[in-house]
Design a protein around this ligand. Structure first.
Ligand code: NAD
Ligand code: TYD
Length: 360
């Protein structure tokens, strides 16, 4: 039975990936989820898999060399899928250091422990061991606003935020392991994800949650920044396909071919909520465009991200499957039906974060 070590599996993409993998492979794989449970990690996301005999949760910090090497020593790990990271740009602007610690140092620990466990005496690696480093398109910087350019795997790195700089650094570390040791790895750089279980600090769940509560919808700058949105399950599938069919040592860009300006996204959310909620739902009464509030722009705000997913399509046959219209409906329906999930994640520290972040 193949054993996967998933880091950050209690977060947004990690938990969706674990669900996807169990749906696809059932009891023919084993998954060990290693997560330290920061504010963004939530075991409620994994309630329906927590009792599976082939699923194990270990609470550990990826920066903790001893804990991670113990996991490798005690388990014959075949695949690492490395999601664990600090992931929010706004937080990185306010507190960059933890991003360097987790994203750079944590990745260094993961790489070193995997290398130690998988390396043979002659310096080659045991058969069929693979490490996949999950990264972001934000490492490539910002594109002009005119729809003409895209990010390719060959696009030079030009990160602007402390978040993207830390991810770029971790990508470079992975590259260095591949180049120096022939370490069996892949890197994937993905565009913005959306879907169930996303923490409401990111654009889409924050706007859905605020609209449902009749709170203002804070739009940074002129609201015309562009992001390329991908349904999270399509991302999970792409990661699996890269490990199954991709060429080792390669980088693959994963994108939705679905560019939208932030203000368009907010308008779609408002329209969809209006359509979806019955007139009898008290939350419907206050949902309207008057909630939209332009606020001070994010510092160093990247203008446009857009991925050309040509390589992954040509080599692996992956394409985004979920049209935005369909994906956003599923997402909004999920948040409307999971008020308790939202209440739980927004109690406590979230209130403090929100008032500090949006006070101006
Ligand atoms: P998330 O913030 O929802 O989850 C991160 C998870 O990592 C949490 O469960 C958290 O507890 C865990 N974690 C953080 N620090 C840790 C540590 N030191 N040790 C162990 N666990 C730790 O993030 P996400 O949106 O699911 O992103 C997952 C990965 O995908 C990240 O590497 C991110 O850079 C990348 N990515 C995200 C997006 C996106 O749109 N969300 C797009 C492209 C790439
Ligand atoms: P976000 O979800 O934080 O993802 P990223 O910055 O990693 O792309 O933000 C997506 C876009 O939405 C980005 O251009 C910033 C903007 N945004 C707002 O306008 N208001 C908000 O409250 C948030 C969180 C984001």
């Amino acid at each position: 039975m193949r054993t996967y070590l998933v880091t950050g599996g209690a977060g947004f993409i990690g938990s969706n990936y674990i669900h996807y993998m169990f749906r696809k492979y059932g009891d023919s794989i084993r998954i060990i989820n290693v997560d330290v449970l920061t504010y963004a990690g939530n075991l409620e996301n994994l309630k329906d898999v927590e009792n599976l005999p082939n699923y194990t949760f270990i609470r550990a910090d990826i920066c903790d060399k001893e804990a991670i090497s113990k996991i490798f020593a005690e388990n014959d790990i075949d695949r690492v899928v490395h999601f664990a990271a600090e992931s929010h740009v706004d937080r990185s602007i306010r507190n960059p250091e933890v991003f360097v610690q987790t994203n750079v140092m944590g990745t260094a620990v993961m790489l070193n422990c995997a290398k130690t466990a998988w390396e043979k005496e002659d310096g080659t690696f045991k058969e069929d061991k693979k490490f996949l480093h999950v990264s972001t398109d934000e490492v490539y910087g910002s594109l002009p606003d005119d729809d003409s350019a895209f990010f390719y795997e060959t696009t030079p790195y030009s990160p602007h935020s402390p978040y993207s700089a830390s991810k770029a650094s971790s990508d470079m570390l992975v590259r260095s392991y591949m180049d120096t040791y022939h370490f069996p790895a892949n890197i994937t750089n993905c565009s913005n994800n959306y879907g169930p279980y996303q923490f409401p600090e990111k654009l889409i769940p924050l706007m859905i949650n605020n609209a449902l509560q009749g709170k203002s919808l804070p739009v940074y700058g002129d609201g015309r920044n562009v992001r390329d949105w991908l349904y999270v399950e399509d991302h999970a599938k792409a990661i699996d396909m890269v490990q199954e069919k991709g060429r080792l040592f390669e980088t693959y860009n994963i994108g939705g071919h679905n560019e939208k300006r932030n203000i368009e996204i907010i308008e779609i959310i408002l329209e969809t909520l209006q359509e979806m909620l019955p007139d009898s739902d008290p939350r419907k009464a206050h949902i309207n465009r008057d909630l939209i509030t332009y606020v001070q722009d994010r510092k160093g705000h990247d203008r446009r991200y857009a991925i050309a997913p040509d390589k992954i399509k040509a080599e692996i046959g992956w394409e985004p499957e979920t049209m935005f219209k369909e994906g956003i409906k599923k997402t909004i329906a999920w948040y409307c039906e999971h008020e308790d999930w939202m209440k739980n994640v927004t109690s406590g520290d979230y209130q403090k974060y929100y008032s500090e972040m949006y006070q101006s």
